[in-house]
Design a protein around this ligand. Structure first.
Ligand code: ZN
Length: 112
C-alpha cells in the first residue's frame, strides 16, 4: 500500500477499489494533468476538463481550446463536481479511461 504518490498523500478512507493507485494493484506513471471535474458517475468514472491557449497564425492571436479526459475516480478519493484534481497516467483501465485521479488540489484563497 502506497502512502504517497508524487507528493499526493493517501486518503484516510476505506477502499476496496482494485483500480486505486493507493490501495489497489495498479501503478501510475509520472505523467500528470490537472483539471476540473465536470461529470461524475456512480461507477467510479469522471470527466475532467481544462483550457489551453492555441495560437491562430492568421489573426496573430490566441484562442481558448478545451481539453477533456475520462478518468478513473477511486473510491477513497471520490472527487466531486467542480473540484480541481490531479491525475496520473496508468495502463488502459477501460475503453476510454487511461488515467486515475490521485487527489484534489486545494486552491489557496488569497487573503487581503
Ligand atoms: Zn483507495
Amino acid at each position: 500500500m502506497a502512502k504517497e504518490i508524487f507528493g499526493v498523500k493517501s486518503p484516510n478512507r476505506d477502499c476496496t477499489d482494485a483500480k486505486c493507485p493507493f490501495h489497489g494493484q495498479i501503478n501510475v506513471k509520472k505523467e500528470l494533468f490537472t483539471g476540473k471535474v465536470m461529470k461524475k458517475d456512480i461507477n467510479g468514472s469522471a470527466t475532467i476538463e481544462w483550457f489551453r491557449p492555441y495560437f491562430v497564425p492568421k489573426y496573430e492571436r490566441y484562442e481558448t481550446r478545451r481539453s477533456r479526459m475520462r478518468v478513473h475516480n477511486p473510491q477513497c478519493v471520490d472527487a466531486q463536481i467542480g473540484q480541481e484534481v490531479i491525475v496520473a497516467k496508468s495502463r488502459p483501465l477501460s475503453k476510454t479511461k487511461n488515467h486515475i485521479i490521485l487527489g484534489v488540489v486545494e486552491i489557496e484563497v488569497k487573503k487581503e
